[in-house]
Design a protein. Structure first.
Length: 94
């Protein structure tokens, strides 16, 4: 197994939440606080400086990380309508 970065995993009971804050070229032409689709019971806290996006849902948690040329999202861009399509387009243009 290849470890990209270290983190701590937590559990929560949420099926749909909203993406709140991001600062990265990956989110060019996407409005701040735009809705992204989540359907997970886990979230994690990275133990390294890789955080580029968070979500607020009663508390703030990690939504997007980036290390070197690797990007990872906690939400589903493919199910997030126009914002998700724009994110995927931005990723392809990196």
């Amino acid at each position: 197994m290849y470890i990209i970065f270290h983190y701590t995993l937590y559990i929560f009971n949420v099926k749909f939440i909203y993406f709140c804050t991001f600062e990265n070229i990956l989110f060019t032409n996407i409005k701040d606080k735009h809705d992204f689709y989540f359907v997970h019971s886990f979230y994690f806290k990275p133990n390294e400086d890789v955080l580029i996006g968070t979500t607020e849902y009663g508390f703030e948690f990690t939504s997007v990380v980036n290390k070197d040329n690797i990007f990872a999202t906690q939400f589903h861009p493919e199910k997030s309508q126009s914002a998700g399509l724009q994110l995927l387009k931005n990723f392809m243009e990196l």
